[in-house]
Design a protein around this ligand. Sequence first.
Ligand code: FAD
Ligand code: NAG
Ligand code: NAG
Ligand code: NAG
Ligand code: NAG
Ligand code: NAG
Ligand code: NAG
Ligand code: NAG
Ligand code: NAG
Ligand code: NAG
Ligand code: NAG
Ligand code: NAG
Ligand code: NAG
Length: 695
Amino acid sequence: MRSLSLLLLTASLSEYASAFTGGHPDVYHDSYGQDLHRRNIVYNGQVSDTYDFVIVGGGTAGLAIASRLSEDSNTTVLVLEAGDTGDGAADTVNTPVNAYYHGLPGSQYDWAYATVNQPNAGNRSVSWPCGKLLGGSSAMNGMYHVRPSKLEIDAWSSLVNGTSKWNWDALFAGMQDSETFTPPTSDVQAIVGMVYTASSRGTDGPIHVSYPGFEFATVGNWTGTLANAGVEVTPDAYGGENYGAYIATNSINPANWTRSYARSGYIDPLPPRDNLAVLPNATVTRIIFDSSNKDNLTATAVEWASSADAARETIKVRKEVIISSGAMGSPRVLMHSGVGPSDVLQAAGVDVQVNLPGVGQHLQDHLSSGLLFQTNTDTAASLYASNATGNTPIFLSYVNSAVAYVNSTVVLGADGEATLKQQIADALSSSVSTLVPSSDDTVKAGYQAIYNATLNTIFSSGVAQIEILYQLTDSGSNGTNVVAIQAGLQHPFSHGRIYITSSDPFVAPLIDPQYLAHAADIAILREGLKLARRIGGTAPLSAAIVTEVQPGAGVQSDDDWDAWIQQHASTEFHPSSSCAMLPRELGGVVDEDLKVYGIGNVRVADASVFPISVSAHLQAPTYGLAEQAAKIIRATYNGVGLPSSSSGNSSSGSNSGSGSGSNNGSNDNNNSASHLAWSGSLALAAGGLLAALLL
Ligand SMILES: Cc1cc2nc3c(=O)[nH]c(=O)nc-3n(C[C@H](O)[C@H](O)[C@H](O)COP(=O)(O)OP(=O)(O)OC[C@H]3O[C@@H](n4cnc5c(N)ncnc54)[C@H](O)[C@@H]3O)c2cc1C
Ligand SMILES: *[C@@H]1O[C@H](CO)[C@@H](O)[C@H](O)[C@H]1NC(C)=O
Ligand SMILES: *[C@@H]1O[C@H](CO)[C@@H](O)[C@H](O)[C@H]1NC(C)=O
Ligand SMILES: *[C@@H]1O[C@H](CO)[C@@H](O)[C@H](O)[C@H]1NC(C)=O
Ligand SMILES: *[C@@H]1O[C@H](CO)[C@@H](O)[C@H](O)[C@H]1NC(C)=O
Ligand SMILES: *[C@@H]1O[C@H](CO)[C@@H](O)[C@H](O)[C@H]1NC(C)=O
Ligand SMILES: *[C@@H]1O[C@H](CO)[C@@H](O)[C@H](O)[C@H]1NC(C)=O
Ligand SMILES: *[C@@H]1O[C@H](CO)[C@@H](O)[C@H](O)[C@H]1NC(C)=O
Ligand SMILES: *[C@@H]1O[C@H](CO)[C@@H](O)[C@H](O)[C@H]1NC(C)=O
Ligand SMILES: *[C@@H]1O[C@H](CO)[C@@H](O)[C@H](O)[C@H]1NC(C)=O
Ligand SMILES: *[C@@H]1O[C@H](CO)[C@@H](O)[C@H](O)[C@H]1NC(C)=O
Ligand SMILES: *[C@@H]1O[C@H](CO)[C@@H](O)[C@H](O)[C@H]1NC(C)=O
Ligand SMILES: *[C@@H]1O[C@H](CO)[C@@H](O)[C@H](O)[C@H]1NC(C)=O
């Protein structure tokens, strides 16, 4: 394995030597010798005073939407991004495995949110990193690129009038449009033997998805081990059935083994566009409304500032404001603009413009923890530390990708599944009355609707309750080589909320995910961790395992596990649903067109609108959502139509049609392929270092 990898390195060195020269040139000259701002990013602060569309947040969804809307040269688009360009961290961002060893968490490019102490999780505060730079969290994430399942996206549609705008077919088309898939190199294929179905993937979208250029034989043992542990191997996790074990793709550009993210995919390759400006260091402090029609406000301007102390600036809005500030940022922007639960706004000293109780509610996250095993094989971390490979770009492209999405039958056993399902059903009314962090009846009704969909549609189906990740990027505390097997809860019955406590938009919001408030969550996570332990003892992977280091032999009974989970479980970095797309009667914030209730021209489009947690890392579904959002918005203004209902055929068979994503804006009607996935397995140590491991 080592020798094959070294061969790969040698062959690739000269080819890729230029990949890591670092900087992004800010300007270049056109054929008339004029300086043009490269990539439409504004470095001198000069923007116009009015735009058709102002996008709040230049992150994963925001940059994708900006790129698509500005394909129409008649439409002017401004992106206001709170963070800097990221140019100063280009090597950290671009080098894939840096996400695991010394990534952006804890740096100036991290919002560095933290939850309030969690009473059901050892009273701990849990760190919630979030990208604060162009590209947002896509510039910082663990680069897993996986898609959710048809069943759970169709459950989302069912919660919203059965709309065809947000069923699987529509999201599938959006995910395809967003990506370009490249199969593994033959050398990596020879080591790992990954199975994939190219026809489910995108062929010419902006985000590159592929596999690392360096691999390990132990990863090649993953799917066989999972099969032996009772988890089937899936040949096509990207066509609507994200169940079983597989080697996922990563958001990686195999042309130079760099991270592919919202900026490098959607903005950097564009020619200069007169109608697009992306302004960094611009924190939106509020949206300004014409409220002469109390039932239908109109956003007229967006206010921003470069820092808490700086003067407020305003930009006028001709058509719409699109909020893409992420699951923490978007409810925050709405509330500071006077749109949210009136009691929260009044307590914070913000004038109420629209009483919208659902803003910041229905917060869902994947809670996760992991086992560490001493191993007798090389790991990515050990080779990196020893510099055995010279730490060349192709070696540094190694990121984790062995995954399994495991349903409740396998996690709990058939009897355990039936028993727990009944217990969850019986707990509905008590959960509604004691676990919803809002006294508002619409929010309670929404919790109930999400709970019912999770229990009746997703539980006991093929769709995963638990995600298992195999990771080679961790270091043992005493220098021992270790591998990690993590388990993450995918569909929590505990929902939380985010709310502001100050009228100062630079004061961080309060985040309370209510981890493990519902007893089913700890039961499912515990059984998932037991499965992770069984996997470590299953051949052929077990041949590489020496001993379990964490939590170790001292944790055996259910009580032992629960106590350990309470002390160690952490975020998988997948917060969602805090501006949920739901009917207003169910505590919704946006309708099926992503429009905020009570306002005529403001939409939210990012991970905050998924009404229901999905069994996937969130970047791929977020790109898919952004592509679909752009289609909806463009259809409103310039007649570019939505895809016909047959264009996004969601057949999950190995021959599902692969679309051709349109990357030039002239026609968004193509069905194209995309994929989604990412994962988080990064944890923050106290000093802000990415500690090895376990989410
Ligand atoms: C550490 C980490 C690891 C992860 N690993 C993976 C993974 O491996 N695979 C995967 O699929 N997913 C992963 N994720 C999750 C995934 O990256 C996110 O769910 C997704 O990128 C969210 O996209 P978004 O558009 O909703 O928000 P973001 O990409 O976070 O964008 C929001 C943007 O809005 C800006 N903003 C916020 N407030 C304001 C304001 N007031 N004014 C102006 N700008 C503002 C922010 O600075 C940011 O740039 C990870 C996330 C993290 C943090
Ligand atoms: C990687 O290659 C792409 C072209 O595929 C290019 O746009 C990008 O700038 C390169 N990245 C780096 C860091 O060189
Ligand atoms: C953003 O602000 C930082 C800190 O003041 C500064 O160093 C950086 O140059 C600014 N970026 C841009 C693009 O103006
Ligand atoms: C742009 O707008 C002008 C004036 O409204 C119109 O004549 C033209 O057809 C539009 N162009 C496109 C590409 O939509
Ligand atoms: C958490 O804190 C609360 C209040 O401070 C206390 O009553 C409770 O015992 C603590 N729980 C744990 C598990 O430490
Ligand atoms: C699987 O594990 C065995 C034993 O550790 C090892 O010899 C083999 O190379 C591994 N990889 C594959 C693809 O089988
Ligand atoms: C790592 O190895 C490469 C290739 O042998 C060498 O050029 C480089 O200096 C080494 N780096 C360190 C930090 O030792
Ligand atoms: C949820 O399901 C329960 C039990 O089937 C039912 O009584 C309730 O009306 C449902 N609530 C919603 C909002 O769907
Ligand atoms: C649950 O997963 C197992 C193993 O992958 C599979 O055999 C079974 O069919 C799945 N259950 C459902 C309902 O799909
Ligand atoms: C490191 O820890 C492992 C697991 O606890 C143990 O087996 C090993 O002996 C330790 N190694 C050293 C050098 O202390
Ligand atoms: C459901 O459809 C009705 C009627 O078209 C519409 O008014 C409402 O906004 C839709 N609900 C959502 C959540 O989009
Ligand atoms: C609400 O206002 C928007 C403009 O902000 C307008 O386009 C829309 O038609 C209005 N809706 C209603 C129901 O009046
Ligand atoms: C989708 O594809 C499947 C399998 O190829 C086929 O059976 C089905 O009729 C197609 N549906 C549509 C709406 O085209």
